[in-house]
Design a protein around this ligand. Structure first.
Ligand code: NAD
Ligand code: G3P
Length: 333
């Protein structure tokens, strides 16, 4: 790499690495921060990240570091860590005016904060944006056509700054200024994907899966409304779009986790040795608690949480089906 990087990526999992490859595809210098020293080494030595994105030859303009201090002065940072460690990692960054684009999907356990709340507190000088949508990392890394929501707290001026950095011929961001809506879609679809995987694992059929997607979307809309998200945001790529992708493919870690739970494996055993992140397992408890505190009817989210806590899936499903019949627009459980 010659010259100062214009973009940095924080987090070298599958998605951070794919985004680095995407933004480097026009020859831009990109610096990626990785948590594991061996990932830094593999990227700098072999232009590869076999631990998290096997089979991709990374662009020569991508370099890696394990030192957050190296990111100082870079005007655009893409934050792509697991949601539960974002606060800790951002607290290690020197605060400075810059564009901070949040690409993680989840809600912080313990605090109930969305990622933009986490980032505003850790990096008050930054302007926050949220990039979210139906995006399997391996497809983006392969240059397959993809579209996302890019919600900019800094409005159109920030969008104009970010476009040249992020849009590419096969990667189409769509503008929004609804940062909260963009985040809620991505966080909740992970929990609903576990629910749809459970349907597969339990052999409950495709009617049940379609019902869960539609009724899960109703839960997403109710939660979004309570937090001030716009329904049209949730009807877009970052909500419905991502729900459709993640609830129907074994490429989704969340969907696959649901299948394994439905087949009778225990959540504790499935989570213990994981190196990749299934965010829905961390979001489900905090989301279920937030919904209960605010009296937002989210029975599917509560059911997923109960199964993650060890309740037998078939009993949880039976209880879900035994609820009183009601209007499709009813807002109570
Ligand atoms: N993979 C995808 O297709 C995809 C697409 C869109 C969004 N996302 C979101 O991006 C975020 C990152 O997911 P991913 O798929 O890139 O990760 P991954 O599952 O591929 O890898 C796990 C990541 O967690 C990091 N990690 C583990 N423990 C850590 C710690 N203590 N501190 C800091 N980092 C630690 C690892 O370094 C690695 O980067 C998640 O919120 C995910 O929902 C993923
Ligand atoms: O593999 P998952 O379930 O984390 O899904 C990845 C992306 O969020 C899909 O948009």
């Amino acid at each position: 790499m010659s010259g100062r990087p214009e973009i940095a990526v924080i987090g070298a999992g599958a998605w951070g690495t794919a985004l680095a490859q995407l933004v480097a595809s026009d020859g831009r210098n990109v610096l990626i921060w990785a948590y594991e020293p061996e990932v830094v080494e593999a990227i700098n030595t072999d232009q590869a990240n076999p631990a998290f994105l096997k089979g991709t030859d990374l662009a020569s303009s991508i370099r890696a570091t394990g030192d957050l201090a190296d990111l100082a002065g870079i005007p655009i940072l893409l934050a792509v860590t697991p949601a539960q460690v974002l606060a800790k990692i951002l607290s290690g960054l020197a605060d400075a005016p810059r564009d901070l684009v949040l690409c993680s999907k989840g809600i912080e356990a313990g605090t109930g904060r969305l990622m933009n709340d986490v980032a505003r507190e850790a990096c008050p000088a930054s302007e926050i944006a949220v990039l979210s949508g139906p995006t399997f990392a391996h497809e983006v890394a392969a240059g397959l056509p993809t579209a996302v929501t890019l919600a900019c707290s800094g409005g159109e001026a920030q969008w104009e700054r970010l476009m040249p950095a992020i849009a590419r011929p096969t990667f189409r961001p769509y503008y929004s200024d609804d940062v909260t809506g963009a985040e809620i879609g991505g966080a909740i679809k992970n929990v609903l994907a576990i629910a749809c995987g459970l349907v597969d694992g339990l052999g409950l059929g495709q009617n049940a899966r379609a019902a869960l997607i539609a009724r899960g979307y109703a839960e997403m809309l109710r939660f979004g409304e309570a937090l001030g998200a716009r329904p049209e945001t949730l009807a877009g790529l970052c909500g419905l779009g991502d729900l459709v992708l993640t609830c129907s493919s074994t490429s989704s870690r969340n969907f696959s986790l649901g299948i394994a739970l439905g087949e009778g494996k225990r959540a504790d055993d499935l989570m213990v040795d994981r190196t990749t992140v299934a965010e829905g397992a961390f979001t489900a408890p905090v989301l279920a608690a937030l919904a209960e505190d605010r009296a937002i009817a989210m029975p599917i989210v509560a059911a997923v949480n109960a199964i993650l806590e060890g309740e037998p899936p078939r009993e949880v499903v039976a209880a879900l089906l035994a609820r009183p019949l009601k209007s499709e627009q009813e807002r109570r459980p």
